[in-house]
Design a protein around this ligand. Structure first.
Ligand code: SAH
Length: 512
């Protein structure tokens, strides 16, 4: 019976970098786990595939933080397994290619924790491929050999089998070799490789930041240094390193860089939609929602629903959290039957509809001032209005209702929290990007609240995309006009708006 309580560890290959290069099986394991243990080589974007409730444990190296020792990682996996959890151990590339996955398996075996390995696309093959270098090619390279360049520094000498390796005729691929590029090149030349043998170094292959340097054994070191190539990087040496079979498909957002803000799941879907069309896109400010639907104020509101005649919603998230909280409070939707419902805009009304409610009132122009105006015409002193919304809600609503003597309860249902991604690089990333997207008014507020004066000035060149009118209005209050407002208030609508704008500004760029 004891084994029944044990969880399981899934050693999942995350692929070489591009999050879409995980396998279907790896994705399924991520979709259904209790914890993810990951390191720097596995894309953050893959984490969005894990359930929101799953624990995310970072064990890699990142600037300023200590990395966990391998033994500690082994212990962690055993502990989580013993706690009965389904654990995904996400590893860059394939788990068994220089990933120390084998050691993790041995620890799990010793502790008798059930495990499964899920193979991944290894960078050894995929990274050269991403820049158009095939590791084998008919009549040119009939084998490929993968070696770690990491152990080379031990005693400052090449390992004894290096000359034998260097004499192989196929394509030679070095992982973790950038720091030892010099001894590697020297060793290859000494073993008799010609100085004009093609070589390439690829940094961050398959990712938006991918960089490639091509050369020969004679000059690759100098060229890589000149370009300032950093890790993670792969070195490829052999005839095929001169080939260029990189994709020729051109897409509407090639060369376009987009900064995305929003919740993890929203951003992930928008990024996927943009990158499918060729854009580089990343989340710069991840929004989270802290719900107070189980707090004392909301509990009281759920308990007194019969005292209200209207409920007013100012965001789709508000609708969702309110209704989920209602169910969690042990009531169902019958308790709302007597209420009239107002929504600030179309997105909010759509969310109501998704749950089976039609809004009784949506203002023509989607802003809180219009909502307030409309409500004062529809309601009077005999009504009582429930306004469950975010902490940063506009006071215009309260003022209008107070002026007309209409009783209301404005209750904090949730709070928007902002987590910055790579805050140190924010100005740089914004500077490189042509577009910045917002999907909610609270997102606008969280973003601008966190910005320094200098960063704010750095936004002048960027074109701002808003999902809809409410978001655009929130932006305007921050002294900035939206450059683009999506025609349909969803991810395809935002994507289409960027494509359309990029085509227009692309044309004007060409004309100049
Ligand atoms: N298990 C991984 C390799 C882990 S060793 C795999 O199968 O791909 C880590 C090394 O892999 C890095 O030092 C680098 O040499 C290489 N690497 C991994 N991802 C890379 C990427 N996107 N671009 C360039 N090199 C990469």
């Amino acid at each position: 019976m004891e084994t029944m309580k044990k969880g399981a560890v899934f050693l999942v290959g995350a692929g070489p970098g591009d999050p879409e290069l995980i396998t279907a099986k790896g994705m399924m394991r991520l979709n259904d786990c209790d914890a993810v243990v990951y390191d720097s080589l596995s894309s953050d974007r893959l984490l969005a595939l894990a359930p929101e409730t799953a624990e995310r444990i970072y064990v890699g190296k990142r600037a300023g933080r200590h990395s966990m020792k391998q033994e500690e990682i082994n212990e962690l996996l055993v502990r989580l397994g013993n706690e009965g959890k389904k654990v995904v151990r996400l590893k860059g590339g394939d788990p068994f290619v220089f990933g120390r996955g084998g050691e993790e398996i041995q620890a799990l075996q010793a502790a008798e924790i059930p495990y499964e390995t899920v193979p991944g696309v290894t960078s050894a093959v995929a990274v050269p491929e991403s820049v158009g270098i095939p590791v084998t090619h008919r009549a040119m390279s009939r084998s490929f050999h993968v070696m770690t360049g990491h152990t080379l520094t031990e005693g400052e000498t090449l390992p004894p089998d290096f000359p034998a390796f260097a004499r192989l005729s196929g394509t030679l691929v070095f992982l973790m070799g950038l720091g030892n590029l010099h001894p590697i090149v020297e060793g290859l030349l000494e073993a008799g490789k010609p100085a004009d043998l093609p070589a390439a170094v690829i940094e961050n292959g398959t990712l938006p930041e991918e960089r490639l340097v091509r050369g020969t054994l004679a000059d690759i070191e100098e060229k890589a240094a000149e370009a300032g190539i950093k890790t993670p990087a792969i070195i490829v040496v052999g005839e095929t390193a001169a080939l260029d079979m990189s994709s020729t498909l051109r897409r509407p957002l090639d060369g376009i860089q987009v900064c995305v803000t929003g919740t993890e799941s929203f951003s992930d879907r928008l990024i996927r939609s943009l990158t499918a069309l060729g854009a580089k896109a990343e989340n710069v400010c991840r929004l989270g929602l802290k719900s107070y639907s189980g707090g004392p104020e909301m509990r009281r509101a759920y308990g007194n629903l019969s005292s209200y005649s209207w409920a007013v919603f100012t965001s789709a998230n508000g609708v969702r959290l309110f209704l989920e909280g209602l169910l969690a409070a042990g009531k169902d939707f019958r308790s709302l039957g007597h209420l009239k419902l107002a929504a600030v805009g179309r997105g909010t009304a759509q969310e109501l509809r998704r749950w089976g409610f039609l809004a009784d009132y949506v203002p023509d122009r989607y802003q809180v001032e219009d909502l307030a105006q409309g409500l004062t015409e529809l309601a009077d002193g005999g009504d009582r209005i429930l306004i469950p919304r975010s902490r940063d809600g506009s006071h215009a609503l309260n003022e209008a209702l107070e002026a007309e003597g209409i009783p209301y309860d404005d209750i904090v249902l949730y709070e928007v929290t902002a987590e910055w991604r790579e805050r140190e690089r924010l100005a740089e990333i914004l500077g490189q990007s042509q577009y910045l997207t917002f999907a909610s008014g609270s997102g606008v507020n969280a973003f601008f609240d966190g910005l320094t004066e200098e960063e704010r000035r750095g936004l002048d060149h960027i074109r701002i995309v808003c999902i809809g009118g409410v978001t655009a209005r929130a932006l305007e209050k921050r002294g900035r006009k939206a450059d683009i407002v999506a025609e349909t208030y969803n991810i395809p609508g935002m994507t289409a708006a960027v494509v359309k704008d990029a085509a227009i500004s692309g044309n004007t760029r060409e004309k100049r």
